[in-house]
Design a binder for this molecule. Structure first.
Ligand code: ACO
Length: 399
């Protein structure tokens, strides 16, 4: 590897690297990926072990503080988060100003941005106590905002968080509970959602995390940086792919087009159609997260008593693509988003909530990466170079 900033300073050369395919913007000790081997580790721990044995908050602690928490540390962390779940009543009214047709991702990023207005005097990125407090606030409040975005889209009343419940159970109740009715959390659904959230918690310098770091490099606080990250995640080539996969499967089913014919259209790049949920910038082998999601898809649907023809369609699509030279030559495999949508749908989440679930999953990674950048003395304001290809100097008419 070459330290390009030193190289550029010394030689005056600038490297042109569309999409930053070859350029590292930072050093990081958080997540390790080997895209050829299909390896993903958080702080050295294999994702497979964490997904099986850990919890969302335990992994959040690991990402943020670098080591697994002791039982006491985890209990105190959980307790603190539970005590910060409430939203200011004025912020709840903010949701009424938005149309009920609003996409929940837009609602989420706007509300997180608005959250910063409540804590302006406690949001100094250079004050460790503020950083700590806002880490807790973000972890506690993002799921509540997400659930309210959902409730708003279906016209139901917001519930107050139930702080007797753990992180995931509380989130499920906020989404699926109804005022004046008792809501029993389904442990199968809770564990399945927790596993999916763990799989999304970090993924090194992807587009949304890079956005969080870039915005943070200007000295912006956590709320502003993470709101920007949510907007970056919204795009269909990034987090929005989980929603796009389900739309794609639904369109294939409804059009009556054969899966084979759809794959042919993808290969011919007809109307720019892509196989959503396939391909990854880093993984050129099976995405290890996709392997885990696929393994649990059948299990979860069966346990929830749901049978979904879209799951069969997805498997058929994968089978055809994996045996096709177009996809093999380009090393295109299912990514984490290919099967998640089918599971979220079985849990009862509307399609437009899928990317919001991704955002809740990714939040600990964003927080950890923001903090790592903020505490790294080598961090500078992010400012890519360009190669100018426009007009040379010319005179304004009449001058
Ligand atoms: N379907 C069909 N062809 C594809 C796909 C796909 N999903 N992905 C890549 N290709 C093709 C490209 O057309 C290109 O072909 P060409 O060489 O004939 O022009 C080749 O594979 C290389 O693709 P690039 O676009 O250069 O790959 P890149 O690394 O820039 O893009 C990306 C990665 C954005 C994920 C891409 O694979 C894609 O658009 N996938 C679908 C969207 C998706 O699932 N996104 C989620 C990513 S994972 C995440 O954010 C959690």
């Amino acid at each position: 590897s070459v330290d390009l900033s030193t190289f550029t300073r010394q030689t005056g050369h600038t490297a042109l690297d569309y999409g930053f395919v070859n350029t590292a913007a930072t050093k990081s000790a958080i997540t390790y990926i080997d895209g050829d081997q299909g390896i993903l580790r958080y702080r050295g721990y294999p994702i497979e072990q964490l997904a099986k044995n850990s919890t969302y908050l335990e992994v959040a602690w690991l990402l943020i503080y670098g080591e697994l928490p002791t039982a006491d540390e985890l209990a105190a962390f959980d307790d603190r988060i539970r005590h910060h779940t409430l939203l200011h009543e004025d912020l709840k009214r903010f949701f009424s100003a938005l149309p009920h047709t609003a996409h929940p991702m837009s609602v989420l990023s706007s509300a997180v941005s608005a959250l910063s207005t409540y804590y302006e005097n406690e949001s100094d990125p250079n004050n460790p106590e503020h950083v700590e407090l806002n880490t807790i606030r973000m972890l506690a409040k993002l799921p509540v905002i997400a659930a309210y975005a959902h409730k708003k889209s279906i016209g139901q009343a917001f519930l107050y968080p139930d702080n007797t419940l753990g992180f995931v159970d509380n989130f499920l109740k906020l989404n699926f509970g109804v005022l004046s009715e008792i809501y029993e959390v389904d442990p199968v659904m809770s564990r399945a959602l927790e596993r999916l959230l763990i799989l999304h918690e970090d993924h090194e310098q992807n587009a949304s995390t890079s956005t969080v770091r870039l915005v943070g490099s200007t000295g912006a606080n956590q709320f502003s940086s993470i709101s920007a990250g949510i907007n970056a995640l919204y795009g269909p080539l990034h987090g929005g792919a989980n929603e796009a996969v389900l739309d794609m499967l639904g369109r294939i089913r409804d059009s009556g087009e054969s899966v084979q014919r759809f794959v042919e259209r993808v290969k011919n790049k007809e109307d720019g159609v892509k196989l959503m949920g396939f391909g990854h910038r880093v993984y050129k082998n099976y995405d290890p997260r996709a392997k885990l999601v696929k393994e649990s898809a059948d299990e979860v649907l069966e346990a929830l008593g749901v049978s979904d023809p879209l799951l069969d369609l997805a498997k058929q699509l994968e089978e055809i693509a994996l045996n096709d030279d177009y996809f093999r030559e380009r090393r295109l495999y299912p990514n984490v988003d290919f099967y998640t949508g089918v599971i979220y749908k079985a849990m009862g989440f509307p399609t437009r909530m899928f990317t919001v679930l991704f955002a809740i999953g990714r939040l600990p990674g964003w927080l950890a990466q923001w903090r790592e950048a903020a505490s790294d003395p080598q961090t500078k304001i992010g400012r890519p170079q360009q190669l100018y290809i426009g007009a040379g100097e010319r005179n304004y008419p009449g001058v």
